[in-house]
Design a binder for this molecule. Sequence first.
Ligand SMILES: Nc1nc2c(c(=O)[nH]1)N=C([C@H](O)[C@H](O)COP(=O)(O)OP(=O)(O)OP(=O)(O)O)CN2
Ligand SMILES: [Zn+2]
Length: 148
Amino acid sequence: MIRITKIFTFETAHVLYNYDGKCKNMHGHSYKLFVAVKGNPINDLDHPKNGMVVDFGDIKKIVKSEILNVWDHAVMLNGTSPHKKLGEDLENQGHKVIYCDYQPTCENMLYDIANKIKKQLPETVSLAYLKLHETENSYGEWFAEDQD
Ligand SMILES: Nc1nc2c(c(=O)[nH]1)N=C([C@H](O)[C@H](O)COP(=O)(O)OP(=O)(O)OP(=O)(O)O)CN2
Ligand SMILES: [Zn+2]
């Protein structure tokens, strides 16, 4: 069993509703996302993906369509909070708004990312690990073995 990892970056703004610090203000991050999947490399000379757990390009397609294309250069707001109204005002002025049903911390974003990626992975591989950097010095991690 081998793990392979691909790294992505995206720029997203967010606001932490009711937070007791500076991140209650709208601000942005250059998020850095590490996606690791595990499986057995294909061992078949006739297979175009011989030697691969999964093509890195296939991971890229999934993460682009599920995460990057949706979240990059968007404002992420807690749609279950009064920030819903803030989002509607921004949308009316042409801004890209993502309403999540959670507080948009890196912890909750990791759960969301994990669920979105897992749904799209081929049956031969599974999600092993995620790391999401909010800043160079602050990040959260998701490990498959830690989940219920
Ligand atoms: N457990 C969490 N704590 C905080 C989160 C989070 O997602 N999970 N998020 C924030 C803010 O959104 C933002 O990320 C600020 O974090 P912080 O590391 O405090 O920011 P700094 O600018 O001080 O970062 P440096 O890398 O140290 O410059 C707050 N807390
Ligand atoms: Zn932040």
